[in-house]
Design a binder for this molecule. Structure first.
Ligand code: ADP
Ligand code: MG
Length: 630
């Protein structure tokens, strides 16, 4: 009770801080949604209609699998392909781009930034979402209010992956409520919450709605008390609309179709049971009674029941179009906040950091031991070439594999935050690259600090510098390649594609070796120059054997050392005309191209352009054809 009172008073205070925004009434007509998986296509939503009004708290109810989440996905614009019908905002056809800027979607499964505490998450979200106009004190007040409102005070210093299910859900809601968007979609916000928390959450949502927002949530068996809080109830049964109207209208409605709700029964449970066909097939009858959502005959009940505190603000409809909803914070601020978040996550992931340090030491020691003292040994020149090649491969795998494994999961989170317009993709990508570069350099240095001296490579400063820089560049390119591959693929597919793509790059790096100046055919030469690993290898060979280097030392117990003369060896490897400047230029170009590619694919993943959507459709078409012929 006390918490509820606190929430109530704070709720008022909280809303008073927030920017005023125009109301949006959301309507949809004849909305259908089809999924096709290979041979069959399935109609999930069947020509449903409805209207969700600003200032009201709407519940979408229905048995599991009825299509509630699908409806929310389409209304929120999260899923576009496969849907048909009309969606309107304030009576006008909806402009999806604009609508996306005005709405927020809190999905059923909570994806939260790992290793960040509740308070930090909220503070960072406030920095991203409340923008630069608001000063720090005010942001702190808002964050505090939201923490109290959603009863997260006890968990404020708990890292998000240690939160309980209910706390995770409340945190997800809190994060999106921060900037009070005009339209809020929530998929099952009360699932996993205890009764008190659910009703606090629902009364908070009602208060938000009363502030002139459109709040739409799908619900899974609400209690009678929570059910009665809703202004508007929309029941989905088997992809159609079985009821639309007030919560209080449910009982008279069911009575009319000869299904009186027992007095001791929760009307919400009852209508869900009826619409899942538990009392016989009444769905068609219900759908017909509301004309698949076209009519809201039970609207009149709303007026009688629920006008206690209808303090809806002046509804100045029509101004939406003129608002330019840009990001609240500047790209530089976004970059700064994201960078801070990424660095915190890197530093807090202690076990992983130590593991990586350990593995690089191990790898350095193994490679160092395998090629021990071969750097000046004229009888082992070929082996030393192997050492350079091993370094390139070590750089490739140690940086690319962790990205392939971790990034597909991160993309899902980014997709959600990006969808809810926390930040732009450019600041995000910049922060990603900047936060990853120092650790990659650090780990490469650990490996090199062990392997390079153990193998007795030349210790001249310029040679060390070229060797180290080349290795670091290869590592950075490999890391971006990992991002490029995993930005559009799942973990399993990335783990397969990554190493497979690496093989031709590795082979091309050594293609034509041993044939001396006799150049391979043009096509292979061109292909070879597309492999950044080739430049990496050339860089390392130049670092170690580039002129001017004296002849290597032939051990006394050897009769003859063929590759004693370094110049001869380099020529044999087909690298006599390599220029270190060109190598560096090409490595930088590769780094740039790889990052641009990764950025482009990430952008297409998050908001695909027409070409990309076309490719997807064609892909699906081919898959369907293939599975039909099989
Ligand atoms: P709920 O009302 O429980 O949220 P959903 O909207 O998630 O239901 O799903 C509605 C129905 O559509 C379910 O039967 C589900 O299995 C099916 N469905 C959803 N997405 C797909 C898909 N991509 N392919 C096939 N069936 C799907
Ligand atoms: Mg669902």
């Amino acid at each position: 009770m006390e918490a509820q009172n606190a929430a109530r008073t704070l709720g008022k205070a909280h809303l008073s801080h927030l920017p005023q925004r125009p109301p949006i009434n959301l309507g949809f007509q004849d909305l259908s949604y089809t999924v096709s998986n290979g041979k069959t296509s399935k109609l999930i939503l069947r020509g449903i209609n409805g209207e969700f009004r600003s200032g009201q708290l709407t519940a979408i109810l229905g048995p599991s699998g009825a299509g509630k989440s699908t409806l929310l996905n389409i209304l929120a614009g999260y899923r576009v392909n496969g849907a048909s019908g009309f969606i309107t905002t304030n009576g006008e056809p909806r402009d999806l781009r604009l609508f996306r800027k005005l709405s927020r979607y809190i999905m059923q499964d909570d994806l939260l930034q790992p290793l960040i505490t509740v308070q930090e998450s909220l503070t960072m979200a406030a920095d991203l979402k409340l923008g630069n106009d608001m000063n720090k004190e005010r942001k702190t007040i808002i964050v505090e209010e939201i923490i109290h409102l959603l009863r997260l005070s006890k968990a404020r210093n708990t890292s998000s992956e240690l939160l309980s299910g209910g706390e995770r859900k409340r945190l997800s809601i809190a994060l999106e409520l921060l900037n009070n968007p005009p339209v809020i979609f929530l998929d099952e916000p009360t699932t996993g919450l205890d009764d008190v928390a659910s009703s606090t959450c629902v009364s908070l949502l009602k208060r938000v709605a009363r502030g002139g927002r459109t709040v739409i949530c799908s619900l899974h068996t609400p209690s009678a008390r929570i059910f009665s809080v809703f202004d508007h109830v929309y029941v989905v049964a088997d992809g159609r609309c079985a009821y639309q109207g007030t919560a209080a209208g449910v009982i008279p409605f069911l009575k009319e179709i000869n299904l009186p709700c027992p007095t001791t029964y929760n009307p919400a449970d009852f209508i869900i049971e009826v619409s899942s066909g538990e009392y016989g097939s009444h769905i068609d009858q219900m759908v017909a009674a509301v004309d698949n959502g076209k009519c809201q005959r039970w609207r009149s009940y709303a007026m009688e029941e629920d006008n206690e505190d209808l303090e809806i603000e002046e509804l100045n409809t029509g101004v939406v179009e003129r608002h330019n909803y840009k990001y609240e914070s500047t790209p530089f601020q976004q970059f700064y906040v994201l960078l801070r978040r990424m660095i915190l996550q890197t530093i807090r992931n202690r076990d992983y950091l130590w593991l990586r340090i350990g593995l690089h030491v191990f790898l350095g020691a193994i490679v160092g031991a395998l090629f021990n003292d071969m750097g000046y040994d004229a009888s082992k020149t070929i082996f030393n070439f192997g050492f350079c090649y091993a370094c390139i491969i070590a750089m490739l795998y140690t940086t690319m594999m962790p990205v392939l494994l971790a990034y597909p999961t991160e993309v899902l989170l980014v997709k959600r935050e990006y969808f809810n317009r926390w930040y732009g993709l450019k600041p995000y990508y910049a922060a990603l690259v900047v936060s990853r570069t120092p650790p990659t350099i650090f780990f490469s240095l650990i490996y090199l600090a062990i392997a390079y001296p153990l193998t007795s490579q030349p210790m001249e400063f310029s040679r060390v510098l070229i060797f180290v820089t080349t290795c670091i560049l290869v590592a950075l390119i490999s890391e971006s390649m990992g991002t490029l591959i995993s930005s559009t693929l799942s973990v399993v597919n990335s783990m397969f594609v990554g190493p497979v793509v690496a093989v031709p790059l590795m082979l091309l790096a050594v293609y034509g070796i041993g044939s001396g100046d006799e150049a391979p055919p043009l096509i292979w030469r061109l292909a070879r120059y597309c492999s950044f690993m080739r430049y990496g290898l050339e860089g390392l060979i130049m670092a170690v054997y580039g002129p001017p280097r004296d002849d290597l030392i032939c051990p006394v117990d050897e009769d003859y050392c063929e590759y004693k003369n370094v110049k001869y060896f380099v020529k044999l490897m087909g690298m006599s005309d390599v220029s270190i400047t060109v190598v560096f230029i090409m490595l930088f170009v590769s780094l740039l191209v790889m990052n641009l590619g990764a950025y482009y694919l990430l952008r297409q993943r998050l908001s695909p352009n027409y070409a990309f959507r076309a490719i997807k459709v064609i892909g699906r078409f081919i898959k369907t054809k293939m599975s039909l012929t099989l």
